[in-house]
Design a protein around this ligand. Structure first.
Ligand SMILES: Cc1cc2nc3c(=O)[nH]c(=O)nc-3n(C[C@H](O)[C@H](O)[C@H](O)COP(=O)(O)OP(=O)(O)OC[C@H]3O[C@@H](n4cnc5c(N)ncnc54)[C@H](O)[C@@H]3O)c2cc1C
Length: 258
């Protein structure tokens, strides 16, 4: 099977976010594989081990994205592709990313593409579905179980707000991965050593017959700001009747929601 994983690097969840002149500052920040993409890498490896074939991880990013790709290779992926947009695209959005990926997949044989359910930084959950639409293949989001029994029998369990929906579909297919799908492995020491020698191809948008205008963002970020500091909670005192009276008065006069 030809299996691909869409992988995005995101801020380390421990990083403190700083904003300067309407942009999130990422100088010196630590980056990790988007946690949902770790489920995608793990599932890709498991499906390859069961059905044979090859796992390729693809990222649209910059030179530093090589680190996250090498980690995926160390987990067990076979090949990696870095589409480096650093020199060509200054501003981009989900359209930009999906358009670049669409061009990448234009000449590829694909059985299965796995993406994360959502990127934990910008969290639109758009890239996977946008790409599947562009490639005219079916997609199922937020999957928690994947069974492939031949090209026409793929059975998927999908998270629907805490409940489970079962979907039957066929290959080629794109899925987005949800927590609970599997337990991503840590790269082993031999895995890390092997990853250094695995192929990592680097492309630019020019190699995909795209230029800057083709991938121009469709959206504009108007403002970026941190949520307001949370105020301390207020404890109401007295018997329940007094508390209810005070609560109603506060909702009316202070919070102005009644
Ligand atoms: C060239 C370029 C310039 C950009 N410039 C800006 C900018 O100026 N300002 C700004 O705020 N943002 C910028 N971005 C980021 C962009 O807006 C989004 O981060 C990106 O499109 C993904 O959207 P998302 O984070 O909502 O991902 P989601 O759609 O939530 O991600 C879901 C899944 O899609 C896949 N995916 C997402 N992104 C990538 C990727 N890059 N490569 C491979 N797979 C991916 C992963 O599997 C991920 O788990 C730029 C992106 C590009 C490619």
């Amino acid at each position: 099977m030809d299996i691909y994983v869409l992988l995005k690097k995101t801020f380390d969840t421990e990083e403190k976010i700083n904003i300067s002149q309407g942009h999130i500052e990422d100088d010196g920040a630590e980056f990790i594989i988007n946690p949902y993409d770790e489920y995608a890498v793990e599932e890709a490896i498991k499906q390859r081990d069961e059905h044979g074939g090859e796992v390729t991880v693809v990222t649209v990013g910059d030179e530093d994205s090589e680190k996250q790709l090498r980690t995926a290779l160390a987990m067990g992926a076979d090949k990696a592709v870095l589409i480096n947009t650093e020199d060509d695209v200054a501003e981009g959005d989900q359209y930009t990313t999906a358009k670049i990926l669409e061009a990448f997949f234009a000449d590829k044989e694909v059985d299965l593409i796995l993406a994360g359910n959502v990127a934990i930084d910008e969290a639109s959950g758009q890239v996977g579905p946008r790409l599947a639409e562009a490639l005219s293949i079916p997609y199922v989001t937020t999957i928690t179980n994947l069974k492939i029994a031949g090209e026409t029998t793929v059975t998927i369990e999908k998270d629907v707000e805490g409940d489970v929906e079962i979907v039957e579909t066929s290959l080629p297919l794109l899925v987005t991965c949800q927590q609970g799908l599997n337990e991503p492995r840590y790269p082993s020491l031999p895995g890390i050593m092997k990853a250094k020698k695995k192929p990592l191809e680097e492309l630019e948008i020019d190699d995909l017959d795209l230029d800057e205008d083709d991938v121009e963002a469709k959206t504009k970020t108007v403002d970026v700001f941190l949520p307001p500091e949370k105020e301390a909670g207020k404890m109401l005192e007295g018997d329940p009747q007094q508390q209810v009276q005070e609560l109603v008065s506060l909702l009316k006069n202070e919070a102005k929601v009644l």
